[in-house]
Design a protein around this ligand. Structure first.
Ligand SMILES: NC(=O)C1=CN([C@@H]2O[C@H](COP(=O)(O)OP(=O)(O)OC[C@H]3O[C@@H](n4cnc5c(N)ncnc54)[C@H](OP(=O)(O)O)[C@@H]3O)[C@@H](O)[C@H]2O)[C@@H](O)CC1
Ligand SMILES: [K+]
Length: 381
């Protein structure tokens, strides 16, 4: 007799079949370039993996910062003419280090550059400051008596390299004067990685109305920049290919023809939030029950689509025996935030006591398909 308790381990055989059916039954292997947004947590994990001294690629911080800073200056050069005066606000972490390296490159490319450096973390940052100074950048360590606005000229473009993906909470001194200045100035700003003062994961949740003119995202755009409306560049030519699958940051075709930055369309070209979608696997004893569950899920706009894959054989351990069952497999596509609702509906309609509900993260997909997916599922109420 078919067991009613369905252990997760029973998925092994079905999973293989599913993988095949997934690509064979749909047509969304589109060639459109896809650029995923990542969370602050993922960004930090990538940083750790890039610089883990005991595992490849074992980059050192100075190596990465040189590449990141060159990336920032390249995006800047593509956006603003060399006749601009550049005012770089340098923060306490690596975002600030990117700004100091970019300042040096921009000066060497002919820009007039001033760096505001109120604090330096350690000897390495002191070296970066010195290198910028040696290349001809003006260095300012505290707010002028007349305020930061007195540093502006009619051609000034600001680089906001105050806070990156590790910043949290309201700005503390000495940045509690700089960040409000950035939020209120009318001078154009290029933000590095994330506009300072925005939440890295949620954007301008504090309603600062800070809207930089341009943004250079490093490695992958951060979730908080999803609503960014200005010119948006992506750089990160230092990330090994294998990280694409590992961290879901596949960026096919992004860096072409020797370029180290690529402009995204406003809001991010193909920049759907892949962190925001899930595939849920549910097995059922027969196609009729699967169809009842699938119809309810789609009708209620809890999910966008359910593929019912027939003739799945599940082989699993059960009470010391090896069981073999004929089942069907539902492959359900939805927003991540609706996975809990999917589980509720499945449990309500299913005849198993413990139906399988296994959630798999989405690593990528075509721009058009992900857009349709998002539009087809109601957001959580
Ligand atoms: N892989 C990549 O893409 C690469 C990325 N790179 C770059 O690194 C950036 C991330 O760097 P990061 O981790 O050093 O973080 P970031 O935000 O610059 O500074 C943290 C500092 O800020 C401070 N702090 C925090 N909150 C604060 C507050 N409210 N008010 C005041 N201070 C506050 C905090 O102090 P603490 O809280 O520790 O006292 C700490 O000292 C990333 O965005 C990118 O630009 C490249 O350089 C390399 C390759
Ligand atoms: K920033």
């Amino acid at each position: 007799m078919r067991s009613l308790l369905r252990p997760v381990a029973a998925l092994a055989v079905g999973f293989t079949t599913t993988t095949y059916a997934f690509s064979a039954s749909t047509s969304f292997c589109a060639a459109a370039p896809h650029v995923p947004y990542i969370s602050s947590k993922t960004a930090a994990a990538i940083d750790v993996s890039l610089m883990n001294p005991s595992a490849s690629p074992a980059y050192t911080l100075p190596q990465l910062m040189e590449l990141a800073g060159l990336t920032v200056s390249t995006a800047f050069h593509k956006t603003y003419p060399p006749s601009s005066h550049v005012l770089v606000f340098v923060g306490p972490g690596n975002n600030g280090g990117d700004g100091l390296v970019a300042a040096r490159h921009l000066k060497l490319w002919g820009y007039d550059v001033t760096c505001v450096v109120p604090k330096l973390k350690d000897a390495f940052f002191e070296k970066l400051r010195k290198q910028a100074e040696d290349c001809g950048c003006e260095i300012i360590t505290k707010e002028p008596r007349e305020g930061y606005a007195s540093l502006l000229t009619p051609s000034t473009v600001i680089i906001d390299s105050v806070f990156g993906f590790s910043a949290t909470g309201p700005p503390r001194a000495p940045y509690n004067d700089i960040v409000p200045f950035l939020h209120s100035t009318t001078a154009p700003v290029m933000a590095v990685d994330i506009p300072s003062g925005w939440s890295v994961d949620s954007g301008d949740v504090n309603y600062t109305n800070y809207a930089p003119d341009s943004l250079i995202s490093l490695t992958a755009p951060k979730l908080g920049s999803k609503g960014f409306k200005g010119r948006h560049w992506l750089g990160g030519h230092f990330v090994p290919k294998r990280f694409e699958a590992e961290f879901g940051i596949k960026v096919d075709g992004v860096y072409e023809g020797g370029e180290i930055v690529r402009e995204l369309t406003p809001g991010g070209e193909g920049g759907e939030d892949v962190d925001g979608y899930s595939v849920v696997y549910v097995t059922a004893p027969n196609g009729d029950l699967a169809q009842v569950i699938a119809s309810e899920l789609v009708k209620s706009k809890t999910v966008a689509c359910v593929n019912i894959i027939p003739a799945v054989k599940s082989v699993y351990a059960w009470k010391g025996n090896v069981e073999v069952d004929d089942e069907v497999l539902m492959m359900i596509k939805t927003r991540k935030e609706r996975v809990g609702d999917v589980e509720k509906i499945v449990k309500k309609l299913h005849e198993y006591e413990t139906p399988e509900v296994l959630v798999v993260g989405v690593e990528g997909g075509s721009k058009e398909y992900l857009k349709w997916l998002g539009e087809s599922v109601d957001k959580r109420k």
